[in-house]
Design a protein around this ligand. Structure first.
Ligand code: C2O
Ligand code: CU
Ligand code: CU
Length: 481
């Protein structure tokens, strides 16, 4: 195994680029006077977009098929993958608030699957949870209307009972972008960057060791990671930016177990949003922790001189328990190159100081306080039982969930169907209000979130988003009546 990893690291990661540092500059957050900058050719390709076959206004109707196919994910070898419409990542679902969305899904895989629209607020019948499996050869129409305030970055992936990690590792994941009619950043060119990692055998086979083997056991405990890091299915792709240009990057972590700590050499990020869309105000950061399943929206400014290169990196982050911590966890890895074109610099546009208003959920309206204790592979001492309801509540209720991770390994919390707000972490009040569906729970930490079930009765999942943990039962059922 160690030999295999080393080889693939050499194959997969280009270390030859020199990161030029340029002075950290701060963003100008004066009132809105953005002007359009047209994206150029030659950028690392975004995944294709699902084609809308509807002729009706405010309707997006698409065809999506999951099937086994062969793709070259790395130079020189091919891999048998599971793919949506033949692509890894799958094509992006690109919609607007208010759209009625219909996905005609066909399962051409040799095993049951579902499509889960991670983070989207929708009727439970379309959640694609383990309660709604689609048998091999079957079709299913998912349908939902994208509500106001949804604009943001989401993703879709399979969620079959006990097989989610395998199915995503085989290549089934894609992005969702929801646009708002009144997007204050609409004139800024944008990029969707889907991060994933994988592990391969010499012949290109995606490496899933026997569950009973030593390495299978490590994957189960640790959450499967791979040494080959992909952005939109490419190893170390390049993006171009013009000196002075501002770009909006929507970054989604589709990895099964890897938590990224991203930084762009010589630059800061202006984070403008998270899982459920824009913040109230931009926040300038040198690095961002992106847990599994999580998304961020950042503005990046071309602050390098023409011709220079910067690198988007994944910095070391110790999410691990000592027994299964990878030997190379302290290595910094490169994700993509940002190349500054030779065009004459442009004057950076001004970034709006206010992005939108987010009303904090009212803590005086709280009808119940729940306790969720994360152990190793268990929630409140139990593993998942689809016949059991762990939390029972009503439409209209507002609740606080006190989440505690009592073990020495991070476990990212995810709730289906409803965006929540974080109140505090380890007793420290959250500095700003944001809509979230993912929350990393570091080793031995606590957090409080507030959530309102404003619609959509049904049985919803909450779970650890390290997929091996989820598949082994680190999941519970919330029933909203
Ligand atoms: Cu992306 Cu139930 O998860
Ligand atoms: Cu989800
Ligand atoms: Cu976990």
């Amino acid at each position: 195994m160690a030999h295999r990893l080393t080889l693939l690291t050499l194959l997969g990661l280009s270390g030859s680029l020199v990161a030029l540092s340029s002075p950290h500059e701060t963003f100008n957050t004066s009132p809105f006077r953005a002007r359009a900058i047209i994206p150029r050719d030659g950028d690392a390709a975004d995944p294709p977009v699902l084609v809308n076959i509807s002729k009706l206004p405010k309707t997006v109707e698409v065809n999506l098929t999951a099937a086994v196919t062969t793709l070259s994910l790395q130079p020189g070898v091919t891999s048998e993958v599971f793919a949506y419409n033949g692509h890894v990542p799958g094509p992006t679902l690109d919609v607007r608030e208010g759209d009625h969305v219909i996905i005609h899904f066909k399962n051409n895989l040799p095993e049951p699957t579902t499509v889960h629209w991670h983070g989207i607020h929708l009727p439970v019948e379309s959640d694609g949870s383990p309660f709604q499996p689609i048998a091999p050869g079957e079709t299913h129409d998912y349908a939902f209307t994208v509500g106001p305030g949804t604009a943001g970055t989401y993703w879709y992936h399979p969620h079959p009972d006990r097989r989610t990690g395998f199915a995503i590792g085989k290549g089934l994941f894609g992005g969702i972008v929801v646009h708002a009619a009144d997007d204050p950043l609409a004139s800024i060119p944008e990029k969707l960057l889907i991060l994933s990692d994988n592990r391969f055998l010499h012949d290109g086979t995606i490496d899933f060791p026997e569950p009973a083997s030593h390495h299978g056991g490590i994957d189960e405990e640790n959450g499967r990671e791979g040494p080959v890091l992909f952005v939109n299915g490419h190893v170390m792709p390049a993006l171009t930016i013009r000196s002075g240009e501002v770009q909006r990057w929507r970054i989604a972590n589709a990895s099964a177990g890897r938590i990224y700590r991203i930084a762009l050499t010589g630059h800061t990020f202006l984070q403008v949003g998270s899982d459920g869309g824009l913040f109230e105000k931009p926040v300038e950061l040198k690095e961002i922790l992106l847990t599994t399943g999580e998304r961020v929206e950042v503005l990046v400014r071309g602050s390098d001189v023409p011709g220079a290169k910067s690198v988007l990196q994944n910095l070391p982050y110790d999410r691990y328990a000592p027994q299964t911590r990878p030997a190379d966890w302290q290595t910094t890895s490169d994700l993509l190159t940002l190349e500054t074109t030779n065009e004459t610099p442009v004057t950076p546009i001004a970034i709006p100081a206010t992005l939108r208003k987010i009303t904090p959920l009212d803590t005086t309206k709280v009808t119940a306080v729940r306790t969720v204790v994360f152990g190793q592979g268990i929630i409140n001492g139990k593993t998942m039982d689809m016949a059991r309801v762990d939390v029972s509540t009503k439409v209209g209720a507002t609740e606080i969930w006190e989440i505690e991770n009592i073990v020495g390994m991070d476990h990212p919390f995810h709730l289906h169907g409803f965006q929540f707000q974080v109140l505090d972490r380890d007793g420290v009040r959250e500095p700003y209000v944001a809509w979230k569906d993912m929350l990393n729970m570091p080793k031995h930490s606590t957090a409080r979130i507030i959530v309102r079930y404003d619609d959509y009765p049904g049985k919803w999942m909450f779970h650890c988003h390290i997929l091996d943990h989820e598949d082994h039962g680190m999941m519970g059922v919330l029933e909203v009546k």
